[in-house]
Design a protein around this ligand. Structure first.
Ligand code: ATP
Length: 263
């Protein structure tokens, strides 16, 4: 059985201001197996974040169900670590205290928190920055702190919502390399939301291409390319061309339907 099982999930939001319903997702079924790294790729507004938020337990499906290791998701839990576009760190706490923040909430002793934090600080390549404050770090380093904080709970799955979206190109590529290394070392299951075709193809064991709203899964593409991935290789470009064609097809049907596009 898959670690994450999304079964016939639809999500309808009620837009109270306009007195209308918005169907964000329609009949999504997707299984993510243990240790898979699945990138959710699709046009803006197709419901990627909504789907991730439902796996996280922040939102509930209107129809269908989501399970993690067979347990139906009804609320957030320590089995799922979440990393957002912005790390949302506590500016008054040093790196190690931010990494061990959940242990602080749980009433853990300082020595234990410090020791547990160090493992993950080392894993994300921040050794030596334990006592720095978030304002003293670059955007990429702050994201590493956010990733370490999510890993510390040793979650079954890590859910990432455009975690590198706010970084410059070079830092983003460095972070992608780091994330693949961490994923290989940590042996986790990852669902990763992105706008970037290159990013999805660089990271994923699979890319789930989604349609414009209401979001559906158009195709789940297994990515068998060797790592580290060569973004200039003919195989990489062939996959990119295929995904572009899928997304262009989606965009054309979206525009024909007379809807506004926000890509
Ligand atoms: N709380 C909400 N109430 C009403 N509508 C919502 C709510 N959250 C999301 N939506 C709508 O659901 C649709 C999907 O939004 P979502 O943020 O999941 O898309 P996305 O693919 O992650 O977009 P982007 O790539 O631009 O971040 C959008 O049309 C959005 O306006």
């Amino acid at each position: 059985m898959a670690t994450i099982e999304i079964s016939h999930v639809s999500k309808i939001f009620t837009d109270k201001k306009r007195n209308a319903d918005v169907t964000a997702l329609a009949d999504i079924s997707l299984g993510i197996a243990r240790n898979e790294f699945v990138c959710l790729l699709g046009p803006s507004g197709c419901g990627k974040s909504t789907l991730l938020n439902m796996i996280a337990g922040f939102e509930q499906p209107s129809v269908g169900s989501i399970t993690v290791d067979g347990e139906r998701i009804t609320a957030p839990g320590a089995d799922r670590g979440v990393v957002f576009q912005h790390a949302n760190l506590m500016p008054w706490l040093p790196v190690w205290e931010n990494v061990a923040f959940h242990l602080l909430l749980a009433g853990g002793q300082k020595a234990e928190r410090r020791a547990r934090a160090q493992t993950y600080i080392d894993m994300v390549g921040l050794t030596g920055f334990e006592n720095h404050y978030p304002s003293e770090l670059s955007g990429g380093m702050n994201q590493r702190v956010g990733i370490a904080r999510a890993l510390l709970m040793n979650p079954q799955v890590i859910l990432m919502d455009e975690p590198f979206g706010a970084l410059d190109e070079q830092t983003r590529m460095d972070m992608q390399t780091e994330l693949v290394r961490i994923w290989q070392q940590h042996q986790g299951t990852i669902a990763f939301v992105t706008h970037g075709i290159d990013e999805a193809l660089t990271l994923g064991t699979h890319v789930a291409v989604m349609s414009a709203r209401p979001g559906r899964i158009v195709e789940i593409i297994p990515i068998d390319l060797p790592r580290p991935r060569d973004i200039t290789s003919p195989q990489f470009n062939a996959l990119k061309r295929h995904i572009l064609a899928l997304l262009r097809g989606e965009r054309a049907s979206f525009q024909q339907a007379g809807q506004e596009e926000r890509v």
